[in-house]
Design a protein around this ligand. Structure first.
Ligand code: FAD
Length: 318
């Protein structure tokens, strides 16, 4: 069975959830092989094996930790050239997409970004993408070279499939471009105990209807009751009520959680672009004609300041 290369997304060996989702999808296509770049592989190998990695290609050179994406492109391309995988899967973040595009170019391969599902087809992996505010569902497959596919977080639930991965340490040659931009420091964002927006299973977002920075405390209360991440519409962010790092939408973060709760958000097309692939969408809006209700699986027409406290009470009561 052919290898399916999965680029591991991690922080010092702490593997992030989208990688476990990719390993789960990779098992549908062939034998998952993790590509682990940077320090911390020892810490990561147990969890990678638990989710089905048969092999771990470890490249712990100073270049991959100290510079931007180009060293990862060098490493992934060279590993792909040596192993001849049936597909390469990467997480759909900004880095993942940039690495994917550059790797596909170097390999002369077709590229698919932002897939929300990947299955095995007669001619290789078949992907589903959601386009134009969920107006179109696009089914695609790569017709040239090794398919390089980025997959949105939460495309599937990670499933355990224990394996005992073999570790390989391939030699990688880094080109001069790989050292063109050096990372000087990394500062983790402050987000308390809440999950990260892109990874969260549950997201609670507030919009202009929240009507003030201080009222976002109510959105945070709902989020904390559910164990959710907090999102915001651009209107709320532009008003300075919540940081831009929490903006959901075309010019913000794209999320695809199991549950997306939109409170006081009208559902503009640019907002939908960031959340339309959520599995279940719940909207609270006092305007029964708000476009968000066209998209929502469940809607409450009402004042969020009356509805949300009742929701918190009910969650806490259970
Ligand atoms: P509004 O559209 O003003 O809607 C507020 C809603 O709150 C209304 O439906 C109202 O009925 C409801 N409401 C008011 N009070 C209450 C209450 N007490 N209880 C319940 N409901 C209440 N937007 C994004 O979100 N993300 C993006 O990434 C983004 N990118 C953009 C990029 C471009 C190039 C452009 C042009 C626009 C972009 N926008 C983006 C902006 C987008 O077009 C909308 O303006 C924005 O999403 C509106 O935010 P909103 O729904 O919070 O506000």
């Amino acid at each position: 069975m052919a290898e399916i290369l999965v680029l591991v997304d991690h922080v010092d060996g702490a593997v992030r959830k989208p990688t476990l989702e990719l390993l789960t999808l990779a098992r549908r296509l062939g034998e998952p092989s993790a590509v682990f770049l940077g320090p911390g592989a020892d810490r990561a190998s147990e969890v990678l094996g638990r989710y089905g990695a048969q092999k771990i290609h470890v490249v712990d050179a100073p270049e991959v930790d100290g510079y931007l994406v180009t060293p990862a492109v060098d490493a992934l391309t060279q590993i792909a050239e040596r192993t001849g995988p049936a597909a390469i899967l990467l997480p759909s973040g900004p880095d993942g997409k940039e690495i994917a595009a550059r790797v596909a170019l170097r390999l002369g391969s077709g590229l698919i970004t932002d897939a929300v599902d990947v299955t095995a087809g007669p001619d290789g992996p078949v992907t589903e993408q959601s386009a134009f505010a969920a107006t179109y569902q696009v089914t695609a497959h790569v017709t040239q070279g090794v398919p390089v596919i980025t997959v949105k977080p939460n495309a599937t639930a990670p499933e355990v499939a224990p394996a005992e991965p073999v570790t390989e340490k391939p030699d990688v040659t880094f080109g001069p471009a790989s050292q063109a931009v050096r990372i000087l420091s990394r500062t983790p964002r402050e987000r308390g105990d809440r999950p990260e927006l892109t990874e969260a299973d549950l997201v609670v977002s507030g919009g202009r209807g929240v009507n003030g920075a201080e009222n976002f405390a109510l959105i945070e209360r709902v989020a904390d009751a559910l164990g959710a991440a907090v999102g915001a519409s651009r209107a709320a962010v532009d008003a300075g009520w919540y940081p831009h790092s929490h903006q959901v939408g075309q010019t913000g973060t794209q999320v695809s959680p199991q549950l997306y709760l939109a409170a006081g958000i009208s559902g503009a097309i640019q907002h939908r672009a960031g959340m339309q692939t959520s599995k279940t969408i719940v909207a609270v809006n006092k305007d029964a004609d708000a476009p968000i209700f066209e998209l929502a699986d469940h809607g409450v027409v009402g004042d969020l300041f009356a509805v949300l406290p009742q929701l918190v009470d009910e969650i806490e009561r259970r």
